[in-house]
Write a protein that binds this ligand. Sequence first.
Ligand SMILES: [Zn+2]
Ligand SMILES: [Zn+2]
Length: 176
Amino acid sequence: MPTAESLPWKLRQARLERSIKQTELAQQLGVSQAAVSQFERGNTSALSFAKIKDAARVLGLDLLREREEAADARALMFCEHADCLANVAYSRGSKTIVRPRMTLAAAGVASHCCECGELLLDHCPNEDCAQPVAEGSFCPACGTAYVRPAAAGGNGQAGGRDVETIRELTQPRILG
Ligand SMILES: [Zn+2]
Ligand SMILES: [Zn+2]
């Protein structure tokens, strides 16, 4: 569930106030109703930033003001692709763990990975958990790995690194 005053929450409120159905909004944006529904439930990567801007225009939401208000609200986000340069794989025993390089960016706004261009995730990939992201390799709420290691072979990054190097390589980057 999105927190009150978050962008998904505001978008939903604005839509309900104007008695616009999800299907109608989806049609105007040229996206599926499921995408609108997912976005409103807090999955901010369900809509591209361009579509979010379109939705705000359709619903008469002042996104610029919203963004300014949200400027202080920042969230950690990560790239979920194991073979992305942003992420560092290492071995622990026979296990390969991937520690994502976190990005600290404006909360509720779609951000893209600086290394591969994919949308960043701002919540646990476990759908039943979906807690906000914390620093590290695993979700502290449910223990799910943020990034699942690539299949055997991968990018050959794993192994040979000490904890300090991994920490250094995965220092959060701060956007904006
Ligand atoms: Zn990436
Ligand atoms: Zn979780």
